[in-house]
Design a protein around this ligand. Sequence first.
Ligand code: GLU
Length: 346
Amino acid sequence: MSTPTSDGKMDLDVGNVEQAVSTGALPGWDDVESHVGAAYERYRSHQAGVVADYIPALAEADPEAFGITVAEVNGELHPAGTASAVFSIQSIAKAFVYALVCEALGHDGVRDRVGVNNTGLAFNSVIAIELNDGHPMNPMVNAGAMATTAMIPGATAAEQWEQIRSGLSRFAGRQLELDGGVYRSEMLTNQRNRAIAALLESYGRIHIDPLEVVDVYTRQCSLLVDSRDLAVMGATLADGGVNPLTQQRVVSAGVCRDTLSVLAATGMYERSGEWLFEIGLPAKSGVAGGIVAVAPGKGAIGTYSPRLDSAGNSVRGQRATAYLSRTLGLNLFASNAYSEQGSDQQ
Ligand code: GLU
């Protein structure tokens, strides 16, 4: 039985018992290919949702762009639509920066400073900070993400930014570039993020210049990716931390496990519970229209379509991921009765 300790954290008393892994496999290459193509055809004409415009440069996105890529842990890629259309990674960077910080500081070092629970409030909520005595609860929304960015090793903001850019590039398997237009546009309009960083400083949660933290955070959000990059980055988390294209180890298997569990609870803004209920995969979305969903041991789905629902999640991206989760058998909570094994395994 787990009992809460005096600091409110669970004491599970499992010691150093070795963590076994049990996942499964994707269907064969042809099946994955045809399901990805079917997902694209099924949703390509869907028009629901609106392109984000609170960062002016995001409003320039082509609302029709729609790309899907499935990356397998063996390095096979299955693209469909405008799979190589580029967009700014936005909040999806939070997942990978969190992984880099966990790799650098360790599970407990990060856990003590940033929580792992959903705030249930909007991604740029100030109330969520106040309600928790200044302790950022969720590393996948702005307060927790800026606190996480501030923990990236580096003597200067420039060094921290280089750590983030090179680290996210290792996840993608190629050098990622900054979209200077998106970065400048957000820096002119991010008063709220500056307020959040100042509030975190006032609570002693960040110990470096809050404006520098906002600058590095805004840069990480402005890195350009396409659906293929998202799929490869996600597949690295699905592959115990080894990039399936470069075969380079980016983070440890334990860091992948920690990061994916945080994504499962918090990755889809206030709809995270509903997402897990319907799709059954850890995922992260960003306001430019990207979504990455990760199937541990199997691979990842990267999607891009800039029309968003009211929580900030891409409408076509959610639908395509839901379709692929079902047709590829990815939902982590799905099982068939033992007595029915050998029948359809979805
Ligand atoms: N750069 C955006 C912001 O801080 C990221 C938002 C998001 O993708 O959720 O407002």
